[in-house]
Design a protein around this ligand. Structure first.
Ligand code: UDP
Length: 239
């Protein structure tokens, strides 16, 4: 796929990709590599918004499954996304990319609150904006946060960088015959419950006509390849 008209993207990274080869937490070396990928993408002239999950540290569902109150556990998950955002900001600024973090849960000692117009200004000035804490409410995920920010920032596409190279008709980890889609519609994703993003995120992208590009961020250089129209990916769109 080529993106001739793409000027602004939202890149969503699941928290897990920040672990590198660890089982938990943040691997600074791997975050530094990711930052270089983002830098390279930015140098092609793109405006970049980032959303990073928190699954490498804490997921509300996991806490709830062990008896925690779901909302309380979700707030912990949101705080985890702020830690990841700060780690990525550190890595980006160490490679010379000015970055601002805006959190949906206000934390004025460490970052800005989410203010759309201010985020616009940052992008105009060539800064990367990292949106943290999802939508700022429990019972959501950072996928929904990513779709929401992509819509309000009028992004031309939502790029979901994950550990698989696209969307399959069944789980490729369990079914060796699983087939990857090059393109698939939002409606099929929702009807077949394909594992792309949660349903509210997919519906928000569908209603706002934001294509979702699912690709593997684990392979070096893949973000640039996908943006240049190469690489392996699945595009979720209208038809
Ligand atoms: N979370 C939430 N509301 C949001 C975004 C995130 O409650 O708007 C919590 C939720 O508990 C979630 C955790 O933060 O499990 C980490 O986010 P997510 O699971 O989306 O991270 P990822 O799987 O992308 O690493």
């Amino acid at each position: 796929m080529s993106f001739p008209t793409i000027k602004r993207v939202l890149l969503k990274l699941s928290g897990e990709v920040l672990m590198g080869n660890q089982q938990f937490g943040i691997d600074p070396e791997f975050v530094a590599e990711l930052a270089l990928e983002v830098k390279a993408a930015k140098e092609t002239g793109l405006e970049i918004c980032l959303v990073i999950g928190g699954g490498n540290i804490f997921r509300g569902m996991a806490g709830a499954a062990k008896g925690m109150d779901r909302a309380q556990a979700d707030y912990m998950g949101m705080l985890a996304t702020v830690m990841n955002a700060l780690a990525m900001q550190n890595a980006l600024e160490q490679c010379g990319v000015p970055t601002r973090v805006q959190s949906a849960i206000e934390m004025d000692k460490v970052c800005e609150p989410v203010i759309r117009r201010r985020a616009e200004r940052h992008l105009e000035k060539g800064r990367v904006v990292i949106f943290a804490a999802g939508v700022g409410a429990p019972y959501f995920t950072t996928d929904s946060g990513a779709a929401l920010r992509a819509a309000e920032m009028k992004c031309d596409a939502l790029l979901k960088g994950t550990s698989v190279d696209g969307v399959y008709d069944s789980d490729p980890k369990h079914n060796p015959d699983a087939v990857r889609f090059d393109t698939v519609t939002y409606d099929r994703v929702l009807a077949d419950n394909l594992k792309v993003m949660d349903a509210s995120a997919v519906a928000l992208c569908r209603d706002n006509k934001i294509p979702i590009v699912v690709f593997s961020i684990r392979e070096k250089g893949n973000l640039a390849r996908v943006l240049a129209g190469g690489g392996v990916q699945t595009i979720v769109q209208d038809s």
